[in-house]
Design a binder for this molecule. Sequence first.
Ligand code: ADP
Length: 501
Amino acid sequence: MEKILNYFNPLARLGIKRYSTLFPLLSAVALASLLEFLSFVVFKDPNASGLAAIVLFVGLIIYFSFRDGIKGGVIATLVTISYYAYIIYTRHHQGDQLRASIQTVIGLAIIYLILALVIGWLKQTIDTLMETEMEARRLAEEGQMRLETILEQLPVGVLLVDLKHKLIQGNKQVEKVLGQKIKIPLTADDTYENVHAYQEDKPMAAKEWPLLRALKRGENIVGEEIKYLRDDNKELHLRVNAAPIRNRKKEIIAAVSTFYDVTQEKELEKRKDDFINMASHELKTPLTSMKLYLDSLFNRVNKSEDEKAIKTLNSIKNQTLRLQELVNDLLDVSRIQTGKLHFHKEEFRLDQLVIETVEMLQDTTPQAILIVKKTPIKIMADRFRIYQVITNLITNAIKYSSKNADIKIRIQRQKGAAVVSVQDFGIGIAKSQRKMIFERLYQVTDATEKTFPGLGMGLYISKEIVKRHKGKIWVEGEKGKGSIFYFSLPLIPPSRAVKKK
Ligand code: ADP
C-alpha cells in the first residue's frame, strides 16, 4: 500500500531521478476523455467543461512537472494544448470567436510551458542536490563503519575525544586494558584525586595525561610510558601516543590517543636485568679465584721450563682474561641499569692515554693502528673508564675490518671539546642502524654479512660513560666502506687550568 501511495506522491519521489513518460501521457489523455464524456454524455452541453478544463489541466501540469520533471510537465502540456485545439475544432468556432480562441490557446500554451519548465527544472535540481547529499551521507556512513571495524580489530586501545572531553570513539581494547568503562568527561582538574596514572612513580595531574596535553596544548606525544593503577589494584605499564586533530583552519577540534599494555614486556626486561646482575656477580667470584690459582700455577710451571705446559697455560690465561672482560662488561651493564656506575675523576692527558692504549692493542693485531693526529689535550675524567671507551672503539675497528686494512686515530680540539676519532675501512654501518648500535645488547644482524662474535654491550657501556662525562659519542661513514666513531669530552675550563698552574 505504502509503495502505491509513494508512487503517486511527488514528495516521496524527491531525490529519485526516475521520470515516467507514459504516466503523464495516459493521465492527460484520460482527463481529456473524462471531460469530453461529462460534456457530451452527462451534461449534454459541449461547453460544460470550460473552466474545469483550465483548472484541472493546470493542476495536472503542475503535478507532473513536480513528479516527473521537465519531461512529465511538457508531455502533460502538449496533451492539454492538443485537447484545447480539439475543443476549438469540434465546437465549430468561426470568425472572431475562432481567432480569439486560438489566441487564448497560444497564450495558455506559453504559460503552461513556462510553468512546466520552471517547476520541472526545480524538481530536477532538488533531485540532483538530494542525490549528491545522499551519496555523501552514504560515503560518510561507510567510512565510519570502516573506521569502527578497523578500531575494533586493532590490538591497541584507541580513545578519541572532542574539545568538551566527550568521547567520540573508543574501542573495546581500551576497556580491556583499563579494566573498566571509561569515565567521560575526563576530569581535567589539577587534583590528584582518583587519578591512577603515574610517571616515574609520581602521580600525574589530569592535565598531564597525553590525551589532554594533545587536546589542550596541541602536543604530539610518541611512546610515552605511564604506570596505571587499575581499580582492581592491578598495576599496568602503558606505552601511550597522542595527537591533536585539527580542522582546515588548523584549530584543534579533537584529540586521539592510542595505548598498549607493555606490562609483560617490562616484566621480561626486569627479569633479564636481574639475571644479568645475578649472573655477573656469581661469575665474578670463581673467576677471580681461578686467576689467582692460575698465577701460582704459572710460577711453578715457569720454574720447570716445560715449554708445552707454559704454552697451554698461556692459552688458558688468555681465555680467562677474555672471560673476565665479558663478566666485567656484564657487571658494567648491570651497574648502569641500577644507577651504580661511579666515576673517580682526575686530570690527565687524553693524547697520552690514547697512545698508551694503541701501543697495547697493537700487540694483539697485524693491522696498523696509526695515530694520524695527536693534539696534546688535558681533560678531567675517570681515566680507566675513558681507556675502556678507547679500547672498545679500537677493538671494534679491528673486529669489523679486514686484516690488511689500517686503522686511523685522531685526537683533536673541536668546538671547545676534546674529540677522539677511530676510523676503520671495514664493513661500515647502514644509516638506519647508527642510533641503534648504541643501545643495550644491540647487534647489527645483516643477512648478507657474516656474523661476528660479541654481545652488543661495548658501545652501550661507552655511550653511558661518555654521556655521564657530559660528552657525546656518534658514528659516521658508509656501509661497505668503513666507519668513523667519534667521542667528545669537555675541556677543562681555562679558569681552573690557570689556577692549577
Ligand atoms: P659487539 O661488538 O660486542 O657486538 P658493540 O656494542 O661494541 O657490541 O657493537 C654493537 C654493534 O655495532 C656490533 O654488533 C656491530 O654490528 C656494530 N659495530 C660496532 N663497531 C663497528 C665498526 N667499527 N664497524 C662496523 N660495525 C660496527
